[in-house]
Design a protein around this ligand. Structure first.
Ligand code: AMP
Length: 424
């Protein structure tokens, strides 16, 4: 039996799990602050959902899906992302939901890529979706919420990049223009880039090598070929970000390859991480997605932020990680009488909402103090024979500081007055 988890997955254990939990809690707080409602969809879906929405040519579909057949012979897939599932769920229950429907999730995604730093096969995302509004303030709200989440965690070296990729009105003509520009130079492009030119021309800007060549850098830009409605939408989004004092740069080469993406695209990039891991998250408008699933036309916009990457960026920037969430105290008792008093004290502390624990078996003082230290507690509350005889408890800080002896009846109050969560 192997003790290591499968390749590309992680066991999250203290203190990393505490830091991740801190990110989850911050995600819930931020999302609720903006009126997004928590949703959960199944971990696996009919394969068709992702086959349709990811496009038959995208990497996610061709290489990275965890697809399996269930006992009924249906093809199912572990979700590689959440937007398709949330839009599907919205279409299934639209009558019971408000419009616009503002949803958020904090959940695992699964992609069978080649594992490397910042690229896992199971990873965690925080995402929001606003479904049912095409108005620029919906775009602004989503972007501002993402920006607030990242900056609120202490990240400073993050650049927000924004672009517009037009819609069904202006993109077809632009696509022709782009193809007409690149086609005569096909021989200069590598194979990957040539394939994209045929299947998904906008994604030529994403090509690893050729994307940086003078040829591609000189190509016509979608944001300079927008129809009037898309141009006005983009201006309104930029003005909205300015009004919210959210700094951004216009990146005219930030594109998304699939047809159902429209207008706004954006990305949060860490300048503290190597380029391959620098994308902390991003999103955009997907006004054509509901129709791809066979639903009524329903506009939408959202983001997905990679929490594993955000933790990496926080570490790299030397930011304070969300704290260890240890217990307030570990009750150490020596002897039968002290054990009884200690068990009552642990119960009283928990009733008062103060996290507390104690050993399950009789152990020498030194062993119990070691357990206290390893438990992540801020204090050891020592109940020895002397303490029991005098009705006191010794409060021993497990970080810095001097110990103190107080009446046992005061322990609950004493700990509730102490900022124990910050003691370590
Ligand atoms: P995407 O859904 O591809 O737009 O990804 C959104 C964010 O999720 C990315 O910017 C990354 O931060 C994160 N992410 C995507 N794929 C992975 C992966 N394989 N491992 C870890 N994080 C990922």
């Amino acid at each position: 039996m192997e003790f290591q988890p499968p390749r590309g997955t992680d066991d999250l254990l203290p203190p990393v799990s505490d830091a991740m939990l801190g990110l989850y809690e911050a995600a819930h707080r931020t999302a609720r602050l903006y009126g997004f409602r928590y949703v959960e969809t199944p971990t696996f879906e009919h394969t068709e959902l992702f086959a349709r929405t990811s496009g038959e040519t995208s990497d996610v579909v061709t290489k990275e899906m965890y697809t399996f057949e269930d006992k009924g012979g249906r093809s199912l897939t572990l979700r590689p992302e959440q937007t398709a599932s949330i839009v599907r769920a919205y279409l299934a229950h639209a009558h019971d939901l408000p419009t616009p429907f503002k949803a958020y999730h904090v959940s695992q995604q699964f992609r069978h890529g080649r594992p490397q730093a910042g690229r896992l096969r199971e990873f965690r995302q925080f995402g929001v979706e606003t479904i049912g509004s095409a108005a620029p303030p919906a775009d602004v709200e989503v972007i501002v919420a993402g920006d607030r989440f990242l900056r609120g965690r202490g990240l400073r070296q993050v650049e927000l990049r924004v672009n517009s990729i037009g819609d069904a009105e202006c993109r077809p003509a632009y696509r022709e223009k782009l193809i007409a520009y690149l086609e005569p130079h096909q021989a200069e492009l590598d194979e990957d880039c040539r394939t994209r030119l045929r299947t998904n021309p906008l994604r030529v800007f994403d090509c690893k090598v050729d994307g940086q060549t003078p040829l591609v850098l000189g190509a016509p830009l979608i944001s300079e070929n927008l129809c009037q409605a898309c141009g006005e939408h983009f201006a309104a989004v930029r003005n909205g970000l300015d009004a919210a004092s959210v700094a951004f740069v216009h990146d005219p080469r930030l594109v998304r390859g699939l047809d159902y993406y429209t207008r706004t695209t954006f990305e949060f990039v860490s300048q503290a991480l190597a380029q391959a891991q620098a994308a902390l998250g991003g999103g955009g408008r997907y006004d054509g997605l509901a129709e791809v699933l066979g639903g009524a036309p329903t506009p939408g916009i959202g983001f997905a932020l990679g929490l594993d990457r955000i933790l990496m960026a926080l570490r790299e920037e030397g930011a304070t990680l969300p704290g260890e969430l240890g217990i307030a105290c570990f009750v150490v008792s020596i002897g039968d009488e002290a054990s009884r008093v200690g068990a009552r004290l642990v119960g009283d502390l928990r009733d008062a909402g103060i996290p507390a624990a104690a050993a399950f078996e009789e152990r020498p003082l030194k062993a119990q103090l070691k357990m206290a230290d390893r438990s992540g507690a801020a204090y050891a509350v020592i109940l020895g024979e002397r303490e029991v005889a005098t009705g006191t408890a010794t409060m021993k800080p497990l970080g810095d500081g001097d110990q103190e002896e107080i009446p046992i009846g005061d322990v609950v109050n004493w700990l509730s007055r102490t900022d124990w969560a910050a003691e370590r």
